[in-house]
Design a protein around this ligand. Structure first.
Ligand code: AMP
Length: 252
């Protein structure tokens, strides 16, 4: 009994000493007042849907590099022309083109945003490193958080076979065909324009995009873990959109 008391006393003394030496104190972090939330998840994992709900239900702003790139392609400017051939083949657009679009967008929009959800960016370890550096150097008021969406490839292929998007470039709303209210008239429920299948949603391109994703994701996770940003998992396999969002809200 006496021996145990002695050991406990010793443990308390060691803890107090370590604490006084600052061993348990948190690392100095710069003051952050804004958040950028980024999702990791294969194409078709539902990142865009969660991002959309963040905007509708939580009032977050959102930015999708896929949308920015499609807008650049539609404008037909120099950057859009360069990006187009990569996108048609389901390949990643080079990092420096995407980085230029992202930096331009953040510089213009971040001053009026408090929480931003990124959709589909960063998508490579190099993009993640560049992005973390960009935030550190140009947006020190922003804290980055990562949510990793977990789902199997088979569930994704089935989901994308059923996906329709609005043909209007400024709208780009996404639908599950089987959930549309009017199955005989495939039009956008928001703006009334026709719904179409994305060119890169066919199975060959999807399999290529999943491979590209799998090849890139581990090094990205490594970059995040090493940089110390907050990293959470969200498992969406077999879950409804509502169930996924309820779980997401518990995380944030
Ligand atoms: P998404 O709409 O996010 O599925 O993106 C569609 C296509 O745009 C992708 O297949 C890529 O060709 C391109 N893309 C979108 N975001 C990125 C990114 N962060 N890095 C490189 N390419 C991208």
């Amino acid at each position: 009994m006496e021996k145990m008391f002695g050991l406990m006393l010793l443990a308390v003394v060691v803890m107090i000493t370590l604490s006084a030496c600052g061993v348990f104190s948190k690392k100095e972090q710069p003051q952050t007042t804004k958040t950028i939330l980024t999702f990791l998840g294969a194409p078709g994992s539902g990142k865009g849907t969660v991002a959309e709900q963040c905007v509708k239900d939580l009032g977050y702003a959102t930015m999708s590099t896929g949308n920015l790139l499609r807008e650049a392609v539609a404008r037909g400017d120099e950057l859009g022309k360069k990006a187009e051939s990569f996108m048609k083949e389901g390949k990643l657009v080079p990092d420096e083109l995407v980085m230029a679009l992202v930096e331009e967008w953040l510089t213009k929009n971040m001053p009026k945003i408090s929480t931003l959800v990124l959709d589909g960016y960063p998508r490579t370890a190099a993009q993640a490193t560049l992005f973390i550096d960009l935030l550190k150097n140009k947006f020190p008021e922003v804290a980055l958080r990562v949510v990793n969406i977990a789902i199997s490839d088979d569930a994704i292929v089935a989901r994308l076979a059923d996906r329709l998007v609005c043909s209007s470039k400024p709208c780009q709303a996404v639908y599950s065909r089987k959930l549309l209210k009017d199955q005989n008239n495939l039009v956008c429920e928001k703006c009334g324009n026709p719904l179409i299948r994305r060119e890169d949603d066919n199975e060959t391109v999807v399999r290529n995009r999943l491979k590209v994703y799998a090849d890139n994701v581990d090094p990205i996770i490594k970059v995040y873990k090493e940089s110390g940003v907050r990293f959470d998992e969200l498992n969406v396999e077999g879950k409804t959109v509502e169930a996924v969002f309820a779980e997401f809200k518990k995380l944030v």
